[in-house]
Design a protein around this ligand. Structure first.
Ligand code: TPP
Ligand code: SF4
Ligand code: MG
Length: 315
């Protein structure tokens, strides 16, 4: 059945801010189609973004949305998910936002395996602010902060995510929206931290400065940096140098998910009658406080500094 895109968009906010030839709209379309195929109620969905061209998306989609600070979309989304574990929570953002300034938060969300989906629009540049280089800018490509070409090595976002503990990692391309939709859909359905790294052109602040021609030529240029998993298997390490592999690169269904682990901890605490359980439930009496043992105090210290410190003197 045809997708009713208007159902997922705030039509009163149109036209979109993005430049002609920008990949952001293609990624958004694939995203909406993935949600539509999953049949999720948009009122059960929350999208969080930071700042940047890609991050502008939270103004346009008709989910619950939060347009936060540059680099801070992920921790905000983690907070939303921890307090609403039954809802679908996702992050949309650029390479600068998610992995450059936001790199620290990115690593810890991967490690914690919290059930959010991050769609990273990787256009190799800080688009919104005029083309400064980011950690994904290809070596020797020009940027406003690298007029003679960047001399820094680049980061492979997917390998970084896998190394940090993400349980679903895929790479797609705005020039291949059919596969992109599939990766996004599988990432959304996955229970755990999912990342979809999407190579997407910024003809204005990357293509133009690097004299790559019109948006179609930039698409072709990006495509030539990508290889499918099947093809990569037949290539040597030397041939793979400077290439990025597309497809679903990693899935781990066994790793515990953070909101589940937290729920388990809360349930255990609720069932118990020890000092900490009473503290959490607010049923701690003065008698409990005065009878705390040194061993219990040691166990509690990292969580509750004030009360045990006061009680320490009374033991
Ligand atoms: C703390 C902070 N530092 C810097 C900025 C300025 N700033 C806004 S967007 C942006 C870069 C965005 O690049 P990216 O995340 O790759 O998104 P794109 O515009 O390429 O989609 C920067 C540096 C800011 N808003 N806040
Ligand atoms: S500056 Fe680049 S990333 Fe931003 S809207 Fe224009 S083409 Fe897209
Ligand atoms: Mg960018």
């Amino acid at each position: 059945m045809a997708v009713n895109y208007a159902n997922y968009l705030r039509m009163e906010k149109m036209p979109l801010y993005w430049c002609p030839g920008c990949g952001d709209g293609i990624v958004l379309r694939a995203y909406i189609e993935a949600i539509d195929e999953l049949g999720w109620d948009k009122n059960d969905c929350a999208m969080v973004s930071g700042i940047g061209c890609a991050a502008r998306v939270t103004g346009y989609v008709d989910f619950h949305t939060l347009h936060t600070l540059h680099g801070r979309a992920i921790p905000t989304a983690v907070g939303v998910k921890m307090s609403h574990p039954d809802k679908h929570v996702f992050v949309f953002g650029g390479d600068g936002d998610i992995v450059h300034i936001g790199g620290n938060h990115f690593l810890h969300a991967c490690r914690r395996n919290v059930d959010i989906t991050v769609v990273l629009i990787n256009n190799w540049i800080y688009g919104m602010t005029g083309g400064q280089h980011s950690c994904t800018t290809p070596s020797s490509a020009k940027a406003s902060t690298a007029p003679r070409g960047s001399y820094e090595p680049t980061i492979d976002v997917c390998q970084t995510a896998i190394g940090a503990g993400a349980s679903f990692v895929a790479r797609g391309f705005a020039g291949d929206p059919i596969h992109l939709k599939k990766y996004i859909k599988e990432g959304l359905a996955h229970h755990g931290f999912s990342l979809i790294d999407v190579f997407s052109p910024c003809p204005v602040n990357f293509g133009r400065r690097n004299k790559l021609g019109d948006p179609v030529k930039l698409m072709e240029f990006m495509k030539n940096t990508l290889v499918s998993q099947a093809k990569a298997k037949r290539m040597s390490e030397e041939e793979l140098e400077g290439k990025f592999v597309t497809g679903i690169l990693h899935v781990d269904d066994k790793k515990p998910e953070l909101t589940d682990s937290y729920k388990e901890l809360v349930n255990k605490s609720q069932d118990s009658s020890d000092y900490w359980a009473k503290y959490v439930k607010g049923t701690l009496t003065d008698k409990d406080k005065y009878s705390i043992t040194r061993e219990e105090l040691k166990g509690l210290y990292p969580y509750d500094v004030e009360t045990p410190l006061k009680e320490w003197k009374k033991i």
